[in-house]
Design a binder for this molecule. Structure first.
Ligand code: NAD
Length: 515
């Protein structure tokens, strides 16, 4: 296929008046579509269920975004049967055929970009400048994985013995259960499912309970792009009600999961138990983080402070890559902290549909309660330096950007909070800072601000994180540019948006013929 080389989808500048007008029109369009109902999609069937999931705007919980059906084990069974049947035909289609469908989906998303940004703003409480990046990421996944599949479609070279031909190529695996989180409700869902499908597998797609409406729109886009019925079932539902069933069922060949550590570990354990299936299930799990920015004593302190604030509070700290710890060398601790506090206090928090807002609410009532609990814990463990306020949750799940001064072993410096809460920690040397950075069960992203070449080289090898960034923000990984995924309890080391990702969805096969 004669495609242009891959490049990342550009963002939009909402300070440009014309772009802003377009966005306001998109908001109106989304407002007009709020409150609709979305059935399950299993093969050609559209199924309403007794129970439903009501998705609300986290900035204004009285506003219903939409209602989706809520699958139980019964519908999970139907979806797995359909995926098993459809696999027979889909797995035999060509890579080009599948890539064209993904590329068409990318084209549709590009044309509907502003509307998709609107849905992210309303359903996930994201400000438009974040939403644009996350919609672009969804498009990037489709474009990148299509090209990756075309690169891998005939396998990769191996050596042959004299008089023989050795071939090494990939074949699809089977039925994949794709389980997604709410924080990148379009991008991660698109990335995980398109990787599974472009490699020839069929998918049962279980979105997060908090963002099932965006997932329904994604399922529509895939249908419009020409994805045959049954290749991907749209199966919203409560993880606690049907998650275990999907994971344990013997028809499931692999699980592709992004979410919290506890859910990921449970999935990994359940999938490993024999349940009559003639294979060892594969689990790709992308889990939480407790990411840190280390600031050395010779660093550019203005840039370090700016990038700590950007990394800590972008989307209210609800990114797995968010900086939730700033580890500052004692010689620069006071200066950096002062700058970080000043910039944190200048952040504008409010309704993400309004211009000039830096961060909105946390995603839902449970998360609001959880983050509020950590604020209390943090106050007991250390010093509340700024923030710590919450609103009445009935008017929106807002938690103000907060800084806590704590020691490295404090609960708030060890556990993932997933909100706008930054723990600041003092280190007595660069080596000590790196030790502190590495001293959590996680290992997703990490940053170092330093001008010291020796220190950067040490961190290049010794920082135990899947994505390490020097002298910049630690969030916002770009597909194909910064393949993303963590070590330790942050996941199974699969790097989304990178060259090793697709082969994890396929079975490598060696065929040798002697002539
Ligand atoms: P979560 O673990 O609560 O839920 C994730 C998904 O798992 C949801 O769809 C949920 O319904 C489902 N689920 C829940 N119980 C299940 C079960 N028993 N079986 C099967 N599925 C089940 O996570 P969340 O709150 O949606 O997402 C936030 C978490 O995701 C954070 O920990 C964050 O760090 C992590 N995350 C990681 C990455 C990464 O790339 N490493 C990216 C984004 C988010």
């Amino acid at each position: 296929m004669g495609l242009l080389p891959y490049k990342n989808e550009p963002y939009l500048d909402f300070t440009d008046e014309e772009v802003r007008r377009g966005l306001d029109d998109a908001f109106k369009q989304v407002e007009g579509d709020l409150g609709k109902s979305y059935p399950l999609r299993i093969g050609e069937s559209r199924i309403d269920t007794d129970g439903e999931i009501v998705s609300v705007n986290p900035s204004k919980p009285s506003q219903v975004i939409g209602r989706t059906a809520s699958a139980t084990e019964r519908e999970a069974d139907m979806a797995l049967s359909t995926a098993t049947k459809t696999f027979e035909g889909w797995s035999r289609t060509t890579a080009e055929y599948r890539a064209r469908i993904m590329l068409r989906a990318a084209g549709i998303m590009r044309r509907r970009k502003l509307e998709l940004i609107g849905w992210e703003v309303y359903e996930s409480g994201k400000v438009p400048s974040e939403a644009v990046a996350h919609v672009a990421e969804a498009i990037d996944f489709l474009e990148y994985y299509s090209r990756e599949m075309l690169r891998l479609k005939d396998g990769v070279p191996v050596y042959s013995l004299p008089g023989e031909e050795s071939r090494y190529f990939y074949q699809p695996m089977g039925v994949g259960v794709v389980i997604a989180p709410w924080n990148f409700p379009l991008a991660i869902l698109t990335g995980m499912s398109s990787a599974a499908m472009v490699t020839g597998n069929t998918v049962v797609l279980k979105p997060s309970e908090s963002t099932s409406v965006i997932a329904a729109i994604y399922a529509d886009i895939m249908a419009e792009a020409g994805l045959p019925e049954g290749v991907m079932s749209y199966l919203p539902g409560y993880g606690s009600e049907m998650g275990d069933y999907l994971v344990s069922d013997p028809r499931t060949r692999f699980v592709s999961f992004t979410g919290s550590m506890n859910t990921g570990l449970r999935i990994n354990e359940l999938a490993a138990k024999p349940n009559g299936q003639p294979w060892i299930k594969k689990v790709l799990a992308e889990m939480g983080g407790k990411d840190a920015m280390v600031v050395d004593d010779d660093a550019d302190l203005d840039s370090a402070a700016r990038d700590i604030v950007l990394s800590a509070y972008g989307y209210g700290g609800q990114k797995c890559s968010a900086a939730s710890r700033a580890i500052l060398h004692e010689k620069v601790y006071d200066t950096v902290l002062e700058k970080v506090v000043e910039q944190t206090n200048n952040l504008n928090q409010g309704q993400p549909t309004e211009p000039g807002i830096d961060l909105g609410p946390v995603i839902n009532h449970d998360q609001f309660e959880k983050v509020s609990g950590y604020l209390e814990t943090g106050k007991g463990e250390g010093e509340l330096i700024t923030g710590g306020d919450t609103t009445d949750p009935e008017s929106g799940y807002f938690v103000s950007p907060t800084i806590l001064g704590v020691n490295p072993r404090a609960t708030v410096a060890q556990e993932e909070i997933f909100g706008p809460v930054l723990s600041v920690i003092k280190a007595n040397s660069f080596e000590n800072a790196l030790e502190i950075a590495n001293d959590t069960p996680y290992g997703l992203t990490g940053g170092v601000y330093s001008r010291n070449r020796e220190h950067l080289e040490i961190a290049r090898h010794e920082y135990q994180a899947g994505n390490v960034y020097f002298n910049r923000t630690i969030t916002g990984s770009l597909v194909g540019v910064q393949p993303f995924g963590g070590f330790g309890m942050s996941g199974t080391d699969s790097k989304a948006g990178g060259p090793d990702y697709l082969p994890q969805h396929m079975l490598p096969r060696t065929v040798v013929e002697r002539f």
